[in-house]
Write a protein that binds this ligand. Structure first.
Ligand code: MG
Length: 203
């Protein structure tokens, strides 16, 4: 399986990154070695000194598809969770400046902790989901899926023009504003509405 990550999908986050608001979705891929499950601890990598959290709503693809039309896109995901798109911000800045690919900053081992998947029918209006991240009990990031620049259907339609989706693939749908660093010893807790979806330590 693969993980498709959408960049700059919340206007205020694009602003805080001093990036342009995209005309089309921006995406990159994390391999399956990025997954971290069951609230296992995340070990701070030795190659960065500025590791950032990015809390994101994550879709689970449930069928094979390519060139999916927006009106059919809702049939291609069946469950939702929260995930962290861990980013080595110092390495990412270096890559951006040099015009290099982002993999060393984004696609390293365990850079994608994900929570348990909830069938989308159980979540009510998935186009207005509140989610938030707390670090050591303090809210650091808060978002609502209504603020996405590109909605789920547009994201699936756009990405599938280029890349075939397979069952079990994940889409990280972008982070809202408020990204920032984590430190060794931090406890990260992520909530989707009132549900605790992630609860793990940085070691
Ligand atoms: Mg992200």
């Amino acid at each position: 399986m693969k993980i498709i990550c959408i960049g700059r999908n919340y206007w205020e986050h694009a602003m805080e990154m001093q990036a342009d608001v995209p005309v089309n979705p921006v995406f990159f891929i994390k391999p399956d070695s990025c997954l971290l499950r069951n609230n296992q601890p995340f070990f701070y990598p030795e190659f960065t000194e500025d590791l950032h959290y990015e809390l994101e709503v994550v879709l689970r693809i449930n069928r094979l598809g390519r060139s999916i039309k927006p009106k059919f896109a809702h049939r291609y995901f069946d469950a939702i969770t929260l995930g962290i798109d861990f980013t080595a911000r110092d390495l990412q800045q270096e890559c951006k400046q040099k015009g290099l690919p982002w993999e060393i900053a984004k696609a390293f081992d365990h850079s994608a902790p994900v929570g348990p998947f909830i069938p989308k029918e159980e979540l009510g209006n998935i186009n207005a989901l509140d989610f938030r991240l707390e670090i050591n009990g303090r809210v650091v990031q808060q978002g609502n899926t209504r603020d996405m620049i590109f909605g789920y259907e547009e994201l699936i339609a756009y990405v599938s023009r280029f890349i075939t989706f397979r069952t079990g693939d994940l889409i990280f749908t972008g982070t809202p504003k408020g990204v920032g660093p984590v430190q060794v010893g931090d406890r990260l807790q992520a909530y989707l509405g009132d549900r605790l979806m992630l609860d793990f330590f940085v070691r």
